[in-house]
Design a protein around this ligand. Structure first.
Ligand code: PLP
Length: 480
């Protein structure tokens, strides 16, 4: 069985071409290595993470994926799955987007002189200029990173140094990444619990509570307030006026207002940045996920020039913060192509249109099924929340005793196994199913998801014994 298709237009042994020169096959072939290895799960279990493989097997997600394009991934049997999870949001332009690939191929063919380290490639300045052209003018500098958590780390470090304060405030339920600084701002015990002690000076306030925020800010020792405009865990939307009020309070008490757009950014919510929905002008914005079209690790911390310059304030301090791979030419090339594609196809507007249609199609489920508490979203960041039926349900309680949030798994499972749709449970202990589909997804695919969901929820509501058994076996869930 062929696990990987041959690269387009070549045989099993790809010939590459650099600057018009063609290279003879070197005897190295990824396709052949993959083919010889066969099923990737035993090898991964032996060499990387056995428990993750156990989890995939338990919930039956241990497919042999062979190909991906646009909104679909294909398994070794040739079955296509609709990818509504979108790599946790990084495939905003669809998988293996040809325009982004073309930019990467062009960069490779040019033998670009990137990462000289004590020297510059033109590409980082070009991408920084494009990013700055798309955010409020008070933002004037870009610190590139290789991931979302690293963009948050940059915000934490530069924010502390620039203000001379050390406290960091974030909100309950927040997710900002899993390195130690970001983790210290994380509002989810399931992620933080085994890694204590976290960094000192980090505190959390309830989301959507301006009074609690003001109580902390009024001490005038908070360097930065870090907030996702829409919380990724659970897709929790801000109450009207909350983010605007938070920005106002930050200004009043000398705290930097940091908006984490790692998940919401680059068109996902129906605007290029979610903060635009609320007319905000943050001091710092973090970006990642969609920035390189899912091809290359990439991220950015965009901040006010005064903040950046107060840290990088002299010749000796010219390299106070950085990351070896961050402004690499492939990430920069992909980023330029992604911004071009977002503009060219007005994908933010498309996300709004499709997201509105999806909400309209799925909101009636709240009335239709007792077990559906809420359907919510902004653009193509969408979720359905389940709750115990008002009349009570014994099987619901049995399920939830095993693990809170188990019902959502009863919906994720059949969507995947019976309807070939990849979705996720949106966080530990949350009974929320979430999707982050490519912004390029076909309208008919989203409509099909809405119809299928209706059917699957109707059946799951009866909590059939077999499904409950599956859920009980599954235990942990995939969260992101
Ligand atoms: N911030 C937010 C809002 C996120 O959703 C995530 C990842 O899901 C991160 C930060 C961390 O990004 P990464 O996984 O690239 O480190």
């Amino acid at each position: 069985m062929k696990l990987w298709r041959s690269p387009r237009g070549t045989g099993d042994h790809p010939r590459s071409s650099t600057n018009g020169r063609s290279t003879e096959p070197s005897g190295f072939s990824l396709a052949r290595l993959v083919e010889e290895a066969g099923d990737p799960h035993p090898l991964y279990a032996r060499t990387v993470n056995p428990q993750f493989v156990r989890l995939l097997r338990t919930i039956g997600f241990d497919k042999r994926w062979t190909r991906a394009e646009g909104s679909y991934v294909e398994d070794a049997d040739g079955t296509r799955y609709l990818d509504l999870l979108g790599g946790f949001g990084m495939f905003a332009l669809g998988r293996n987007n040809p325009q982004v690939r073309a930019a990467l191929e062009e960069a490779l063919a040019l033998d670009t002189p990137g990462s000289v380290q004590l020297g510059l490639s033109p590409l980082s300045g070009l991408l920084a200029r494009e990013l700055l052209a798309r955010v409020p003018s008070r933002l004037g500098r870009v610190a590139f990173t290789s991931s979302g958590t690293e963009a948050v780390e940059a915000a934490l470090k530069l924010g502390r140094a620039a203000t001379g304060r050390s406290r960091v405030l974030s909100v309950e339920g927040a997710f900002h990444g899993l390195t130690l600084g970001s983790l210290s701002a994380n509002g989810c015990e399931d992620f933080t619990e085994p890694f204590h002690p976290l960094l000192p000076g980090f505190d959390r306030v309830p989301f959507n509570d301006l009074r609690a925020l003001e109580r902390e800010l009024a001490r005038e020792d908070v360097a930065l307030f870090l907030v996702e405009p829409v919380q990724g865990k659970g897709v929790v939307l801000p109450l009207p006026g909350y983010l605007e009020g938070a920005q106002e309070l930050c200004r009043r008490y000398g705290t930097l207002f940091v908006v984490d757009e790692v998940q919401t950014g680059l068109g996902r919510t129906g605007k290029l940045f979610a903060f635009e929905h609320f007319g905000l002008e943050p001091d710092v914005v973090t970006i990642s996920k969609a920035l390189s079209g899912g091809y290359v690790p990439s991220g950015a911390c965009v901040l006010r020039a005064e903040v950046f310059d107060s840290v990088f304030d002299s010749l000796e301090h010219a390299v106070r913060h950085g990351s070896t791979f961050a402004p690499n030419d492939l990430a920069m090339s992909a980023g330029l192509a992604v911004l071009h594609e977002l503009d060219e196809h007005d994908l933010a507007a498309r996300a709004k249109r499709l997201g509105d249609a999806l909400l309209e199609a799925t909101r009636p489920l709240v009335e239709r099924y007792e077990v559906v508490r809420d359907v919510r979203g902004l653009g193509l960041m969408w979720a359905i929340e389940f709750g115990e039926p008002e009349r009570g349900s014994r099987s619901w309680r049995v399920l939830e005793r095993v693990q809170e949030g188990m019902f959502a798994q009863l919906v994720v499972g059949p969507l995947f196994h019976e309807h070939q749709m990849l979705t996720q449970v949106a966080g530990h202990r949350l009974n929320v199913l979430k999707i982050l589909p490519p912004l390029t997804i076909a309208e008919t695919d989203l409509a099909r998801f809405a119809e299928t969901l209706d059917d699957v929820v109707r059946r799951a509501q009866r909590i059939p014994r077999a499904a409950a058994r599956m859920a009980l076996r599954a235990g942990p869930r995939l969260v992101g």
